[in-house]
Design a protein around this ligand. Structure first.
Ligand SMILES: [Zn+2]
Length: 268
């Protein structure tokens, strides 16, 4: 038996049987963990309403033998991020972010790797809690999060030959279009793509903006302005990149799509 005391963000909750809950949680000590909370729906003494989506909790649990599932003994709430539930776009992006973390953060991470991811997730939830998430914020946060979770598209140099100077516009303000290969996860210079098809053609300015977005910290993201055409191009790149490299469409994507759609934006 190994006892574990730590903090966690609740990523996913599944009711199990009459009163139990299975949880996926992001922890600073070992990344994602799966936990069983026996009697979670009945015991306010042990769990005091802590085991819900978005909740930042401190917990105590026990792992026995070779089981990968933690038995949760007790949990208390540190922050419920209630602001995420007061506005639809915040709630939508919050759910989307938790689903990404649930898919992309592995179990059994070493603490030095898990701690920065945990801190990052807390910072994103804190930021989103005070924002209305429009298409621009969605693009910026989505790209930033993918990078934090280890999935970075390559925008500033050719993914095949590695050269920056071969990309159109690299030597000056030429606004040419650059080929982006979704499967290879990056841009491809004209020499390397010669005679081949199957690329997304994207304005150099869009790629520069996305590269800049990935290099800024969360606190600095608000500085980056993205115009209409850049947003549409960026959205297509990021969505196709994510579908290919995750191998699926996240469940929260269509929900977010609905919230961020032009029809809804014009009503708002
Ligand atoms: Zn090349």
């Amino acid at each position: 038996m190994v006892e574990l005391r730590s903090e966690a963000i609740v990523l996913r909750v599944v009711d199990f049987g009459e009163s139990d809950r299975i949880l996926h949680m992001l922890t600073p000590c070992s990344g994602r963990i799966t936990a069983m909370a026996r009697g979670a729906k009945r015991s306010r003494r042990r769990f005091s309403g802590a085991l819900d989506l978005f909740h930042y909790v401190s917990f105590q649990g026990v792992r026995s033998g070779t089981s990968s599932m933690l038995r949760l003994e007790q949990a208390s709430l540190l922050d419920d991020f209630s602001g995420l539930r007061t506005e639809l776009s915040r709630f939508g992006f919050g759910c989307h972010f938790l689903e990404m973390a649930d898919r992309l953060v592995p179990e059994g991470m070493a603490a030095p790797d898990a701690q920065p991811l945990f801190d990052y997730a807390l910072s994103v939830l804190q930021l989103v809690e005070s924002k209305t998430i429009d298409l621009r914020w969605y693009i910026l946060l989505q790209l930033h999060s993918l990078k934090a979770f280890g999935l970075s598209p390559l925008f500033h140099r050719c993914v095949r030959c590695g050269r920056e100077d071969k990309l159109p516009g690299s030597a000056g303000p030429v606004e040419g279009k650059i080929a982006f290969h979704v499967g290879e996860g990056g841009v491809v210079c004209p020499d390397c793509r010669r005679g081949q098809e199957g690329f997304l053609l994207v304005h150099a300015g869009t790629l520069r903006s996305l590269e800049q977005g990935m290099s800024l910290s969360l606190d600095q993201l608000h500085r980056l302005r993205l115009g209409g055409e850049v947003l549409e191009e960026a959205k297509e790149i990021i969505e196709r990149f994510q579908h290919f490299h995750l191998g699926l469409e996240l469940k929260t994507e269509s929900f977010l799509e609905e919230i961020l759609s032009p029809a809804r934006r014009s009503i708002a």
